[in-house]
Design a protein around this ligand. Structure first.
Ligand SMILES: Cc1ncc(COP(=O)(O)O)c(C=O)c1O
Length: 452
């Protein structure tokens, strides 16, 4: 909607008429005509986007939504944060692309990234700027470890998601995505992921890992690396159990296996600390970071790793788009604003608020669990009769939420986990609006099921 003073500010959701509206319908039809069958988000969220501001986005028909997808966790300070926009505009006037030459913007960005680490690991850390996606940085991490150790096998965890390239798919859990792509990267072994909802003291994936790796006949040669997420985001928002993570670290350290933590989704403050591993009292050998690094959706990805692994040769992981100066400028500003505005504290406070607002949902027989950390939340829907993923109920919840002005994504097994990834500077007011839409959506979505 446009007023005499310009577009109305985006402060509350407002959806009128059917979705998609007429303009969205036209653009979605163009997309269907010209784009690949592999496109994803608009299949579940059938809207065409026009503009965004903070936690809100407006579609081309003038409908306003709370955006709790936030570019799949990329927009840490929401859409078009004015200070980030200003930093990008300023950088535009001097340099936009710099390959891997040093530049003032890159140097400031490097220092901003290092400032997130504790002093001791910081001194031992090296950075490599990768091609601008999370998957490219995961590829770099496994290449680094393979080269440094001279070994070939990699250990990953069930339910993991590390990307959509050929090798990162091999490291990921979803079998249906891997099955049609024959001859994936060999030498990947999966162990169970132990989430915080499993009883402390029960056998963890790390116990099984240790057993296999210490057994001379365990079937797995000493691997080049173990890769893990602290919260499996795409896998359904499972938060790792503390003793599981610590034991993985203990075992890998004692056997001389580099530990890669994939913080593509959990990094840059998403769980309430700069990196999620910092809540587990461990130090990894390699950190993979991407998504929220620029805070405004400009692509950038990197790995931070122990200098002892830095044995690869010049040019071992190259890529044309490793020097996005606009992303660097925005990223420096993101870190500054997060510190200045105490946004890590906001992540923890709003995370607690979401937990509180959604706690009552578990009384619904279709809600198996509400779980999360910081500003990564998931509502898992399961059929109360047999415990299977309630895919259709989750789809109905997502649809109902969209109809009422809230964008949320789904993930996990059977896409039955409704996922929330709000901007890190989301306000209590917006959290309340979103949660009340969600509570209604769950009751409407589950209400359609035969068990009620
Ligand atoms: C943990 C994790 N690793 C890697 C990736 C892949 O990142 P990208 O989509 O930028 O390649 C994702 C994407 O969601 C992710 O969540």
């Amino acid at each position: 909607m446009t007023t005499l003073l310009g577009p109305a500010p985006l402060t509350a959701p407002r959806v009128s008429g059917d979705l998609p509206g007429p303009r969205s319908t036209a653009l979605l039809a163009h997309q269907e005509r010209w784009e690949s069958n592999a496109r994803t988000y608009p299949r579940h969220l059938p809207i065409a986007l026009a503009e965004g501001s903070g936690s809100f986005v407006r579609d081309v028909d003038g409908n306003v939504f709370i955006d709790f997808l936030a570019g799949a966790g990329v927009l840490s300070l929401g859409h078009n944060h004015p200070e980030l926009v200003r930093a990008v505009r300023h950088q535009l006037d001097s340099l936009t692309h710099g390959l891997d030459f040093p530049t003032p913007a890159k140097d400031a960005f490097t220092q901003a990234q290092l400032s997130m680490l504790a002093p001791e690991p910081r001194e031992r850390t090296r950075l490599h700027f990768c091609g601008p996606t999370g998957a490219n940085a995961v590829e770099a991490a496994i290449k680094l470890c393979k080269i440094a150790t001279g070994r070939g096998d990699i250990i990953s965890f069930q339910g993991a998601f590390h990307g959509s390239t050929h090798a990162t798919m091999a490291l990921s859990g979803p079998v249906s995505q891997k099955a049609p792509v024959r001859d994936g990267m060999p030498g990947v072994h999966f162990f169970p992921y132990t989430a915080s909802d499993q009883d402390v003291g029960s056998v963890s994936g790390a116990d099984l890992l240790e057993q296999a790796l210490r057994d001379s006949d365990g079937g797995i040669p000493p691997p080049a690396a173990v890769i893990m997420e602290m919260v499996q985001g795409e896998g359904g928002n499972f938060v790792a159990r503390t003793d599981f993570v610590r034991k993985v670290r203990e075992v890998t350290r004692s056997l001389g296996i580099p530990l890669i933590v994939d913080e593509v989704q959990t990094g840059c403050g998403r769980t309430g600390t700069w990196f999620a591993y910092q809540q587990y009292g461990i130090e990894p050998d390699v950190i993979v970071a991407s998504k929220a690094l620029s805070g405004i959706g400009l692509p950038v990805a990197l790995i931070l790793y122990d200098t002892a692994l830095d044995t690869w040769a010049p040019g071992a992981h190259i890529g044309t788009f490793r020097g996005n100066q606009l992303a660097f400028a925005a990223g420096v500003e993101t870190v500054r604003v997060i510190r200045r505005d105490g946004i890590l504290g906001n992540v923890r406070r709003q995370g607690d608020r979401i937990a509180d607002r959604l706690a009552g949902l578990t009384r619904d027989p279709w809600v198996r669990q509400v779980r999360g950390r910081g500003l990564m939340w998931g509502i898992e829907l399961a059929d109360p009769r047999d415990g299977r993923p309630a895919t259709e109920v989750a789809a109905a919840v997502q649809h109902h939420a969209l109809r009422h002005g809230l964008i949320v994504e789904r993930g996990g097994r059977g896409d039955a986990v409704v996922r929330l990834l709000p901007p890190l500077n989301v306000t209590a007011e917006v959290v309340d609006m979103a949660c009340s839409i969600l509570v209604d959506a769950v009751s409407a979505g589950a209400g359609r099921s035969p068990v009620r």
